[in-house]
Design a protein around this ligand. Sequence first.
Ligand code: ADP
Ligand code: NI
Length: 198
Amino acid sequence: MDENLLLKKIESYVKERFENDVTGHDYFHMKRVAKTARQIAEKEGARLFLTEAAGWLHDIGDAKLFADSNQARKRMIDFLKELKVPVEMITEIEIAIEDVSFSKGKVPETLEGRIVQDADRLDAIGALGIARTFAFGGAKGQLIYDEEQGRTSIQHFYDKLLTLKDKMNTESAKLEALERHALMESYLNQFYQEWHTC
Ligand code: ADP
Ligand code: NI
């Protein structure tokens, strides 16, 4: 099957699974990661189909989002086999998405995996990253902010978001991350200013 058609089928598969997500991991997150990853891949000379496919599929089987991670991954592989994606390519996709997750603290072994990780991390910062963080916090019943305790969405900026600019793998992502980082810093300044008016 033509690569563009395959990517369309993968997109529909992903849309079905994530369109009702309200934790910041919705279809549009997958789309941004797929498209941003592809743009970075063009600049870095990585394999485009592999990078975009892995971008679309990177959150399939994430333990936060799927009750049975192994089953979700297995279904994804069966789906790719049905589409007649060559087994070597399926293995490359699996390798690319294996270590993307922030919580694993790993750097993916292939260039394509490192690019998907960058695209996922770019979507965690900047204006969209801020929106996703409060969406996640709300969906999980977490407070916006409380000076007395650490389990808040504002705390997540310090635990993760503000550390990401120094963790980008590619030069293209590093540049973009600097701008998004600056926005988060000014957002936080304004947040505290407004918070302390009462
Ligand atoms: P990954 O999916 O790469 O493992 P995370 O699970 O840390 O990364 O988070 C993905 C996104 O979900 C974050 O960028 C953030 O928007 C949101 N998120 C995760 N944990 C929290 C949290 N404790 N509070 C607020 N938002 C969170
Ligand atoms: Ni993601």
